[in-house]
Design a protein around this ligand. Structure first.
Ligand SMILES: Cc1ncc(COP(=O)(O)O)c(C=O)c1O
Length: 489
């Protein structure tokens, strides 16, 4: 006989009580986010040391778990939702996005098949269409959602390989004398996910060709043409090129039209990495600059979790050849056969993963809550803040801008003329460490032309002019304090 209290979930009333507590916590968090240190000050191992080495044998009260969340977990959080988070690419868990995540977790659907939750598939296709239209793309493009740009790019490269009709899906790549080296081209500034995708697919690292960039860090179309020509002469097979709209270090924008025209002439699949910068194509005044020639590209990735105020993770992969993507990946075992499979989109057919989260829900809530105009307004605000910061850098004799600022990320460094380039590198590293240790702002760095470069990336929905001004003040205070030491050495 089953016992009288079967081991099931918490009661809805318990959920209500703790759910209210969690929502209160989130509301307080967002209200006081300015007071948290942006970069977590903990040392490696601190968090694990504070946690029990084994899972509890008996269940514990949720009140106690939430108290431990506050005391043990939050100190080890670097606050990506902080308005003074300026590192990497600043992102946002906006209020509608947070609510969308809560609802998605409550529904807990797995949208692998249309039948598995029709709304999951149809809302995904709808939000992808909405975003496509906002970016000014024609209805030639089919979009679907992945976790990250790294995976979207991996899938795009798999489609590129499939498009080359080498029967790799069936025969693989190993032990084939008939298969030339498959070549992939991308700029020296492109994101490491391109190379990782190529590694995963077995292209081989040596077949990822880094194309030189111009002085503004944009891929040179003439160098791409030369690389393709010399590869053909050597008997290699050019398969794909990846252009970036908003590179990771400087947000440089590769010249899409000449690259796309070249790829079309050469029969090379062009994937466009707009993980960060693609979002700015929703601004009509920037679209031409970002997307001129996009109609000739074969695939495009844009991450709503970067600059469209939707919580991590959600990446949109668009392609003009969904049939090829599907050819690369579709594999339907008997237990996933459905009666309507020929009349619906089953999203499992377009990638590696079977199970898929209901990510479209949060994007839908974000797009509806802010509206297209609200999204545009927020991007314009970030771009304006970055342009103001760039102007401060340009007007100051002590600082130097290291790259153009086409979007909302500024690359710069302190450059006291009395110091050698190497001493300036060390000084900037110290300035960054000092600003980050203050807890008031968090910046990251890159290297440009081999020189240590600071990056201030503006993208959090809560960032205001005062946060950017404070970062500038912190940088100048650190420069003043540290350059005395640097000059004395
Ligand atoms: C241009 C670009 N592409 C791809 C990526 C990888 O994004 P994800 O973390 O979604 O894989 C990044 C990450 O910052 C990026 O800047």
């Amino acid at each position: 006989m089953p016992d009288s209290t079967p081991p099931t979930d918490f009661s809805p009333d318990q959920f209500r009580r703790h759910g209210h507590a969690v929502v209160e916590w989130i509301a307080d968090y967002l209200a006081t986010i300015d007071d948290y240190p942006v970069l977590s000050p903990v040392q490696p191992g601190d968090i694990r040391e504070a946690l029990p080495a084994r899972a509890p044998e008996a269940g514990e009260p949720l009140d106690r778990i939430l108290a431990d969340f506050d005391q043990l977990i939050v100190p080890g959080i670097t606050h990506w939702n902080h308005p003074s988070f300026f590192a990497y690419f600043a992102i946002s868990g906006s209020v509608p996005g947070i609510l969308g995540e809560m609802l998605a977790a409550a529904l807990n659907v797995n949208g692998m098949l249309w039948k598995a939750s029709p709304s999951a598939t149809e809302l995904e296709l709808t939000t992808m269409d909405w975003l496509r239209q906002l970016m000014g793309l024609s209805d030639d493009w089919f979009g679907h959602i992945n976790d990250t740009a790294s995976i979207s790019t991996l899938l795009a490269l798999a489609a590129a390989r499939e498009a080359a009709n080498l029967d790799i899906r069936q025969r693989g790549m190993a032990g084939r004398a008939d298969l030339p080296a498959l070549r992939l081209y991308t700029s020296a500034q492109s994101h490491s996910s391109v190379e990782k995708g190529a590694l995963t697919l077995g292209f081989g690292q040596q077949n990822v060709i880094a194309i030189e960039t111009d002085r503004d860090f944009r891929m040179r179309a003439d160098r791409l043409a030369a690389a393709i020509a010399s590869d053909r002469a050597a008997g290699h097979l050019p398969v794909a090129a990846v252009a970036t709209i908003g590179t990771t270090s400087t947000t440089s924008i590769d010249p899409l039209r000449p690259i796309a025209e070249l790829c079309q002439r050469e029969g090379v699949w062009l994937h466009v990495d707009g993980a960060y910068g693609g979002a700015a194509a929703i601004l009509p005044e920037l679209r031409e600059r970002l997307f001129d020639g996009i109609e000739l590209a074969d695939s495009l990735v844009v991450n709503p979790h970067k600059w469209l105020f939707t919580p991590v993770d959600i990446s949109a992969l668009y392609t003009r050849h969904p049939d090829i993507l599907k050819r690369a990946f579709s594999l339907v075992p008997e237990y996933l056969v459905t009666a309507e499979q020929d009349e619906v989109v089953n999203l499992m057919d377009y990638g590696v993963q079977l199970g898929r989260r209901f990510r479209a829900l949060k994007l839908w809530m974000v797009m509806r809550s802010f509206g297209a105009e609200g999204l545009r307004e927020r991007l314009r605000h970030h771009i304006a803040l970055a342009q103001r910061f760039a102007a401060w850098v340009d007007e100051s004799a002590a600082w130097q801008r290291m790259a153009p600022t086409p979007l909302s990320t500024v690359c710069f460094r302190a450059a006291p003329p009395s110091l050698s380039a190497e001493a300036q590198d060390a000084l900037n590293e110290q300035i960054m460490a000092a600003v980050n240790a203050s807890g008031e702002a968090f910046l990251s760095h890159t290297k440009l032309n081999d020189r240590f470069t600071l990056r201030l990336a503006i993208g959090n929905i809560r960032t205001e002019a005062r946060h950017v001004a404070r970062a500038w003040a912190l940088l100048n205070e650190a420069l003043e304090r540290l350059s005395v030491g640097a000059l004395e050495r």
